[in-house]
Every structure is written in C-alpha cells, then in structure tokens.
Design a protein around this ligand. Structure first.
Ligand code: DX5
Ligand code: ZN
Length: 229
C-alpha cells in the first residue's frame, strides 16, 4: 500500500476535518479536498458525554478505510478513549489523539499514551482550552503529536481563541524533531498565519474549507498564509 507516513517529514500540513464535509457523499467530498491540496483527514469522534454532541464512530472509519489509503488522524472526544482505541486502530486509524480530561485517563497521561502506542499506531495528546498545557508534559516522551484545541471541542465553525497560541509556544521547545504540534478549531486564512508563526505543524480545517468551495482556492489561500509566515 502506498500510504505515506506524515510524521516522516516536518512539512506543514492542512488536514481537512471531515466533521464539516458532506456526510451524504463523504469519500467524494474528501477526495475533492485532497485533490485541492488537503493532506490527510482529521476524523472527529464524539460520544455525547465528553462533549455535548455526537458525531461518527468505528463503522464509518472502517468503511472510509476501504475507500481510501490516506493516513487517518482520529481525534477521540470521548469519556473512554482507552476502551475504544483498539477498535479504531483495527478499523484503520493511524493516529489516535486522546484528551487528558477524559475520565478514564484519570490524569495518568503517560500510562494512557503508552497503552495506545502499544496498539501499533501513532499517539496524540490534547487539552481543552481551559486545561493548562503542563498537564501533557508527563506524557511527552510517549506521544508523537500534541494537539492544542483552539475552540471548545464539540462543534465546528467556532471562533479561534488566539490565547491558545501561548500553549503552542510553551510546548514547542520541549518537542523532539520527529514530534508535531497540531491546532484544531477556527483555523482559516485570517488565523492560520499566527498559528504557523507560533510553531504549529499540522492545521485542522473544517468549515473554512467545506463551507467555502472551490476547495483549491481556499486551500491555496491557507497554504500561501503558511508560506508567508
Ligand atoms: C471541534 C473539532 C474540530 C472541528 C473544527 O470539536 O475537533 O476538528 O471540525 O472545525 P472548524 O475548522 O470549523 O473550527
Ligand atoms: Zn478535532
């Protein structure tokens, strides 16, 4: 299989967030976003408990995997990330990102990261806007990715919180060259440049792409902002 591993290069990436895509024509809509310069999909999983919304689960990931050989970045906004991570990996997830606030993690972020890494996938750790970045530090040597949430998780289309860039600046110097910083929420052509300047590698973009076709134009604008940063 030709699937590339995006951790092998440090180039900045734009990740279309499938939450904003057309669920009635999901793979076609995603393929349009990839053809327009989107790198690989960010897949938001919500359980209606950890966040006040429901989204997609294991069967969708499984079916998408049959239709795509892209790298699948799965963001678990659920109470029990450790319980469900194996099913997502079996379904085709390549990176699993968990929240430090998930009750099942019980604050032992290093243990949770090691457990997920033991499944043979890449591991990301993330914090809600109100959670201090220091809470991820005990897990840093066991993760590939640190995701800074720049909106309250649960919904697309919210306003970017610029103060979250302080977390990016705080964690960046602690990372090794093969680790990445991701940002998620409110990224568009007016916010992406500051995020890049703060040190973000991977930019999750939902509504700014899928609500604003043609995708090649909007992704081109985002890429230009990254290049100028
Ligand atoms: C929010 C999700 C995001 C969402 C971002 O809980 O984690 O991935 O899709 O959407 P936009 O880009 O519209 O803020
Ligand atoms: Zn997300």
């Amino acid at each position: 299989m030709m699937r590339h591993n995006p951790f092998e290069s440090s180039q900045p990436r734009i990740l279309p967030s499938i939450l904003a895509a057309d669920f009635a024509h999901l793979i076609d809509d995603l393929n349009l976003a990839f053809a327009a310069g989107g790198s690989f999909p960010h897949i938001d999983v919500m359980d209606g408990h950890f966040v006040p919304n429901l989204s997609i689960g294991v069967p969708i990931v499984q079916k998408l995997r049959r239709a795509s050989d892209a790298f699948f970045d799965v963001h678990l906004m659920i109470d029990e990330p450790l319980r469900y991570a194996p099913a997502f990996v079996n379904a085709g997830a390549n990176n699993i990102t968990f929240h430090v606030e998930s009750p099942e993690v019980k604050g032992d972020v290093a243990k949770a990261a090691k457990e997920i890494r033991g499944l043979g996938c890449h591991v990301g750790i993330t914090v809600k806007p109100g959670t201090p970045i220091e809470t991820v530090y005990p897990a840093l040597e066991h993760v590939d990715l640190v995701l800074i949430m720049s909106v309250e998780p649960g919904f697309g289309g919210q306003k970017f919180m610029p103060a979250m860039l302080d977390k990016v600046r705080a964690v960046k110097p602690k990372l090794k060259p093969n680790q990445r910083i991701q940002i998620d929420g409110g990224i568009d052509a007016t916010t992406i440049r500051a995020a890049r300047q703060a040190g973000v590698d991977w930019f999750v973009v939902g509504s700014a792409i899928f609500d604003h076709p043609p995708y090649a134009q909007v992704i081109g604008d985002l890429q230009a902002q990254i290049d100028w940063a």
